[in-house]
Write a new protein. Sequence first.
Length: 266
Amino acid sequence: LRANCACSIQDLDLKLDGPLFSSLAEAEKATAVFVVRKAGEGGKELARLEKVVELLPRNQWGGLTQLPDLLAAFVQPNDVAIDRLLKSAAETLRGNGKSGAINGYEGGSKRAWELASSIWTAVAGLELDYALPPASFEMQGQKVRNPGQIFESRLGTCLDLSLLFAAALEQAGLNPLLICTKGHAFVGVWLKAEDFSTTTVDDVTALRKRLKLKELIAFETTLVTNRPVPNFSYAVERGENQLAEEKDDEFELAVDVRRARRHRIK
């Protein structure tokens, strides 16, 4: 190699300690050490780089400043609590004279709306209470409650509730979005079987365009903790108001869960 040229290492077999990461209950500091040695057994050390890294427990999201599309990994549609939620949604649909099938986009945009509305009603039936998230959570991250924990504690932050709704929507065959604004998170869902071309969307006008075309809706998740719980249409109105032009400065990012799955973020 010539001096000062770049060298891409193609056969780097990095083995991570899965049990160690799984056992983490709190964030811990670690040091990653990179060493370059001269070829051959016992080769002379040519260069060394040490970097301090932070290891996070599996239930802690690192925030938008650290690979924001990883937020999709906290959407857990296969949690057993989600099946219970969808069963309740199906009963709500049948109670209103509609099919109880959880069939995604098979019935078109109107059916997608009905499914999302029935999931709203099912979550409302849990009688959840709101928990205040940590300050600046959208940038610094926070520990998140999985669906089972929310069912047990009946508590959730705006992010917890958004992840719960996104998991139920995804398991119902719909394509959810996680929308982050300054100090807040809520949910969007496609009314058509579409997704954005990237996992993250930082241009709010892209969302606004889809809202106007009635291809996408957004709804305020924390309203499900109100007593009484407002109807789904009002939650949609409140959610979409947060994406209005006069609130451009509040918008941070949206994560398209379907696109993230295509990028193997699971």
